[in-house]
Design a protein around this ligand. Structure first.
Ligand SMILES: [Zn+2]
Length: 104
């Protein structure tokens, strides 16, 4: 499922925040990002999701975290070898509702 189809506003927001930080290559990935699963940590403020299959263990070398400085809640990307692998979304209630409906 494409991120732009489930969360068009969030996709737009990600793209804009990435461009603002000069991450043009990552911003260009946003229209193709697929939501493969949601985070299963169980925290009620968490609406994070995977855009690449969940790794067996930790991400290992070539991994970086990118805090996007969101206006509402918190948005942090996990980038692995130049690809957006996981989008950490915290304290965004409306996204959580939709995500749970799509990925029970
Ligand atoms: Zn989580």
């Amino acid at each position: 499922m494409l991120l732009t189809e489930i969360f068009p506003m969030l996709a737009l927001e990600l793209e804009q925040l990435l461009k603002k930080q000069g991450e043009v290559e990552l911003a260009a990935q946003v229209p193709q990002l697929k939501v493969v699963d949601r985070c299963r940590c169980g925290d009620n403020f968490c609406s994070s999701f995977y855009t690449q299959p969940k790794p067996e263990g930790s991400y290992g070398p070539g991994h970086r975290c990118l805090d996007l400085d969101a206006v509402e809640g918190m948005l942090v990307l996990d980038v692995v070898a130049g690809t957006i692998a996981h989008v950490e979304v915290l304290n965004r209630y409306e996204i959580r509702q939709k995500l749970i409906a799509e990925f029970p």
